[in-house]
Design a protein around this ligand. Sequence first.
Ligand SMILES: O[C@H]1[C@H](O)[C@@H](O)[C@H](O)[C@@H](O)[C@H]1O
Ligand SMILES: [Fe+2]
Ligand SMILES: [Fe+2]
Length: 296
Amino acid sequence: MIPPPAQCLEEVCDAIDEVNKLKGTPSWDDASTFDADKDKTKFRQYEDACDRVKSFYREQHEKQTVEFNINVRAAFKKTVRARMGIWEAMELLNTLVDESDPDTSVSQIEHLLQTAEAIRRDGKPEWMQVAGLVHDLGKLLHIFGSEGQWDVVGDTFVVGCRFSDKNIYPDTFKGNPDHYDPVYSTEYGVYAPHCGLENVMLSWGHDEYLYNVLKNQSSLPEDALYMIRYHSFYPWHREEAYMHLTNANDQRALEAVRAFNPYDLYSKSDDPIDPEKVKPYYQGLIAKFFPEIIEW
Ligand SMILES: O[C@H]1[C@H](O)[C@@H](O)[C@H](O)[C@@H](O)[C@H]1O
Ligand SMILES: [Fe+2]
Ligand SMILES: [Fe+2]
């Protein structure tokens, strides 16, 4: 049945939800029941974090300049770092211990599987399970030869305009030369008001890298790519910083990322998973959304 023409914004939104339901794209209103029983005060306690986490962020906040971000993107485009499939990439990543993360001591493959399994248990669509499965694979950058962990892991933020004090450890940006730049230190910096996040340079790391690798090498829907690209952008998706740079399209992205976040964060306390047990299931999903070999 063709729905009657919509009268107002609310009806337009309802109509979009209706179409999405038909397509199997979830509406994010009924996002997650998964985090209800989690004690959220146990996660992301940066004030109480160990020195490893604090010094990680000091270094990252001092070194992620506009200049670095322009150069690293140019270098990214020049080469293919490796050729391999998704599962192989997950196994390779397993050697990394993330210095920025106060909440997980499990290996990276386990974190990916815990995220995917939590999404699966909640009855979410296959593409979202896959987003969970791969979302941190960008951390491979560290194995391919990044400068350190500061250009791979951790929360992301905008470069090219004033650093928001909603970032964690905001004082540490005083060590970043951009903090004193006459343009980069202003509210809008190099950006026009509401230019949209796609036109904004986020600090370089596993989100930006993986998004760029997968956008042309998967059949994942746009919402999955938003989840990958913005999952570490806590100052935005949790603290609502940088809203002066977003446009209407980013609203959809925000809903998708917020729907994804509890699975990423709160599954860190779930029971361990044996990769071999779930491998056949996820290899089936991988085959649906990715070519056998990815150019990393
Ligand atoms: O420490 C964590 C970790 O590196 C995650 O992979 C990233 O997405 C988070 O934003 C960050 O806080
Ligand atoms: Fe991540
Ligand atoms: Fe994660």
